[in-house]
Design a protein around this ligand. Sequence first.
Ligand SMILES: [Zn+2]
Length: 160
Amino acid sequence: MKGGNNVKDLKQQVAYLQGLAEGLGISKETKEGRVLTQIIDVLEGIALSVEDLRAQQADMETYLESIDDDLNELEEDFYEEEEDDTDYVEVKCPKCQDIVCFDADILEDEDLIEVTCPRCNEVVFINDGSYDDKCTCGEEHEEEDEEQLVAEKKSHTEDL
Ligand SMILES: [Zn+2]
């Protein structure tokens, strides 16, 4: 970690000063000696405080990194689910031939849902199973429609 050496230097320099003061025989009995000794004590206190702050900062960095990792995981999960939900079905309106797009979730929905054409208001799909094997118009094209529906759904899934 950057800065770690500075803290070590600071403590070493204070230790050197303490040794120097002792070696030079600076006495606490003199006025100057008392001031110098007090200054060195204050410096030692500062060096220890800085060391504590560095350790706390390192803990904080580790904690932030773990939060960042968790957030990334959450984001990945969130966007994966978003993609899964974006599944649409297209059907052609039997009246005006317009392509009507609706959420594929309607197919599995337990409530009765009618999908109407936004252009002519014709009902293009009801999720009561009636559109699975027969068409309300009575014409013989249900197999084709069914295949088209599946094909449209498949192509949309592949696009994602
Ligand atoms: Zn229509």
